[in-house]
Design a protein around this ligand. Sequence first.
Ligand SMILES: Cc1cc2nc3c(=O)[nH]c(=O)nc-3n(C[C@H](O)[C@H](O)[C@H](O)COP(=O)(O)OP(=O)(O)OC[C@H]3O[C@@H](n4cnc5c(N)ncnc54)[C@H](O)[C@@H]3O)c2cc1C
Length: 449
Amino acid sequence: MTYAVDIEYCLNDFSLPVSTRQTGIHIAGRDLQIPTHERKGEALSQIQKIVIVGGGQAGGRAALAARTTDPSADISLISQEPSAPYERPFLSKAMLLDDATKLPFVFDEATAEAQDIRLHLGISVTKIDRVAKEVLLEDGESIAYDKLILATGSRLRRISVGRDDEDCVHYLRTIDDCARLRGHLTKGKRLAVIGGGFIGLEVAATAQKLGCTVTIIETGETLLPRIGSPTVSRYVQNYHSDKGVRFLFGVQALAMDGENLKLSDGTSVPTDMILVGIGVDPETSLAEAAGLAVENGITTDSFGRTSDTDIFAIGDAVNQMNPEYNRHMRLESWENANIQGDAVGKSAAGKLTEVSMIPWFWSDQGGLNIQILGQLDAEKPCVERTGEHDGLTLIQLADNKIKGAVTINQARDMPLLRRMIADPNFRCDETTFGDETVPLRKIMKSARH
Ligand SMILES: Cc1cc2nc3c(=O)[nH]c(=O)nc-3n(C[C@H](O)[C@H](O)[C@H](O)COP(=O)(O)OP(=O)(O)OC[C@H]3O[C@@H](n4cnc5c(N)ncnc54)[C@H](O)[C@@H]3O)c2cc1C
């Protein structure tokens, strides 16, 4: 079951001193002075200061939720990136294919102004001082907090191939990365993608559509092993191969030699550019330096509280207790960033909200839409249901309950599967699921116990 439960309570210690008040949007190199809304009739000492470090999707959502929960809070959001919070999934899909695609903001600067959310853009937080309850910025400024939310996201894993010029070696995390890569993906160019994960496959599909020749180099023996379904791995590989993408498995990219990328098996791939997509690590350096508990991400309880209860953490950076599975989980996904951002924004503003989540993730790769729900065990079988236009739905059961499911070009099954997996009374056996003549909707309605 996925839920966010609000518990009304008071988190505030209003006796704390008020920080130096700055107003408006502060962008490194430019400073837009926008007057803070007057908070009439409210003593400054009663206004709680919420500071969010990291202006990605989770941080942006937290700022909006905090504002809705506490209309008078003093909210600051600090981000290394120069733009207001935006959604990243477009960067490897629509925006890479067509540079006229609009950047989807979580909120733009005008909304920040209207919502009285103070943006500090293009600047890093370098330290958290938990005793003084303030964060230090790289320009020497400090901002005090009553509640701090860490939304620092992920750090790209990087490799060295002996060349680091930006025309040749690309990574994809930010809008700037996307624009740079887009400029090079022209017809006839040869792209080597290092890593056969989601980002690599999405970029490969886009590049292939733009007329590039694409080779994917993967150290493992199969694609997307973490989904836990050999059927999905095969399906995805066949799709891309049919489009002309070439796969090299069980080899490592070593170094560029002129226009050739040398591989660990002694062969080489002629290439004009490389996209490195070998995963990310949680960005925990601030939290670690501040002495917060960190293990595979910043450790939090199910309310997003770190080992310091005045500091919350959300998004890719976090290993959160998930009551649904009764264990900690670190999820790198759009939905996780939204759910945790919304809940922790409320919590920090005084409305403690618990998160319990069944993971859901999607990936669009050219003509493939893949959606993954729950958790599949690669060692266990799945029921397979085929759909129109080569669509496929996989369902894995344990004790007649759904544990995980994948749809490929069968998106309409996913809302039903989400309802079934979340329903504690739902039970159904493999034979019933395996009968493709019975629609999933009918199974959903008849199989509650
Ligand atoms: C190209 C791409 C495609 C994706 N596609 C999908 C998809 O199809 N489906 C899906 O479910 N998910 C997808 N994702 C994953 C999803 O976008 C992430 O899970 C989500 O963005 C995580 O949000 P976040 O706020 O935790 O982190 P981020 O969005 O990474 O934001 C973190 C922010 O914190 C800033 N920051 C870090 N440290 C500091 C500091 N010390 N001071 C100030 N600022 C700091 C960073 O610069 C960054 O702006 C994709 C991601 C990428 C990159």
